[in-house]
Design a protein around this ligand. Structure first.
Ligand code: NAP
Length: 340
């Protein structure tokens, strides 16, 4: 799977789905091709892909089950968002040299419809930021928290996977809004980053301490908003500590994405009744029309020094198979990105 530097620079390279995984992906999940891209047709772009977003949702796209997007087909280039520069355009909306964001796939060169691509401004932020803070993870944090969580100043917000791409931004926005913010993350180093770098009030190390005890200690007024990135036992424990009229935001359930058996449901769900609480899922794509508004507001917070984005960059397209599994073993802090 390793490519020489000359190959990666000169030959378009694609990472395709070879076999549907059971549990974690492994080397046999993928196969690498160096196919010449098709000729451009009217309305198409040729894009040099420079950075690719690595997302937990990718694991779900590999399973042949009903979801909010169809599964990636066997032999197809792995679906991914990416950023890069237009090399050639047959679309009136783009010109060679434009920096763009779009569903490029896990490949070094995209050739296909310009539909769904949009221009990005490298003077406003470096390209990787458009996959992280100004990309779908930042948008997920923004709309999931504000639209579904609806936090108010003085309320307590708890966030799991708090050192991750979405979680770290959720906590910072909740702090900007005047909330008390408690993170849940794996390991002492991550918890330190959550408090010292991202400014949360406290962080519970779920790998080394009891989440139930941590919530009692750090959420004396219980939880008004629980932003759930992980599902499973952590979700179940948070349900036992909800405040009256709490909101539970179902953003993701990363603890379950590699499950080979049907996971148990949250056994404490009746706490929603006791607390007159609400649990609601959302998909960030539903807010796409409002992304420019969110980006403008987040850019302001960034300039004012109230918000910071953290990126974890893995160098080399051929390291995508390793990178996707880093999400599930917690080896990333901040937004995970592959540099092509
Ligand atoms: N609803 C939407 O539209 C939408 C859009 C984007 C993302 N999401 C969801 O948002 C969540 C976070 O995504 P992200 O891109 O920001 O990833 P991320 O948080 O940057 O990375 C994933 C993190 O999850 C944690 N984790 C992995 N396995 C775990 C387990 N078994 N139990 C508890 N924690 C575990 C790890 O952190 P620790 O080391 O702390 O365990 C890991 O670093 C995911 O569930 C994703 O599917 C939803």
């Amino acid at each position: 799977m390793t490519l020489s530097k000359t190959q990666t620079q000169t030959t378009p390279t694609q990472i395709r789905l070879n076999a549907r995984p059971k549990g974690m992906t492994n080397a046999s999940t993928w196969h690498i091709t160096q196919d010449a891209p098709p000729a451009l047709e009217d309305g198409d772009l040729r894009v040099s892909v420079e950075y690719i977003s690595v997302d937990p949702a990718m694991r779900g796209w590999l399973d042949d089950v009903r979801s909010y997007l169809p599964p990636v087909a066997l032999g197809e280039v792995m679906r991914a968002s990416g950023v890069g520069h237009v090399l050639e355009s047959r679309s009136a909306a783009f010109a060679a040299g434009d920096a763009v964001f779009g569903m490029t796939g896990v490949q070094s060169e995209y050739v296909g419809p310009a539909k769904g691509f949009f221009k990005i401004d490298p003077r406003l932020a470096p390209l990787p930021t458009y996959l992280g803070g100004f990309g779908s993870t930042g948008m997920t944090a923004y709309f999931g928290l504000l639209e579904v969580g609806q936090p108010k100043a003085g309320e307590t917000v708890v966030v799991s996977a708090a050192a991750g791409a979405v979680g770290s931004v959720v906590g910072q926005i909740a702090k900007i809004l005047g909330c008390r913010v408690v993170g849940i993350a794996g390991g002492a180093d991550k918890c330190r980053a959550v408090v010292d770098e991202f400014g949360f009030d406290a962080c519970i190390d779920y790998q080394n301490e009891s989440v139930a005890e941590g919530l009692k200690k750090h959420c004396p007024d219980r939880i008004d908003v629980y932003f759930d990135n992980v599902g499973g036992k952590i979700l179940d424990t948070c349900l036992t500590r909800l405040a009256l009229r709490a909101r539970v935001v179902i953003c993701g359930a990363i603890s379950q994405y590699n499950a080979t058996e049907r996971p148990a449901g949250p056994s404490n769900y009746l706490q929603l009744l006791v607390s007159r609480a609400r649990m609601e899922g959302f998909v960030v794509l539903d807010y796409a029309k409002q992304f420019p508004v969110a980006i403008a507001q987040m850019a302001g917070w960034l300039t004012d020094g109230k918000l910071k984005f953290s990126e974890h960059v893995v160098d080399g397209l051929d390291r995508f198979p390793e990178a996707i599994n880093m999400l599930f073993s917690g080896r990333n802090t901040g937004k995970l990105i592959v540099k092509v």
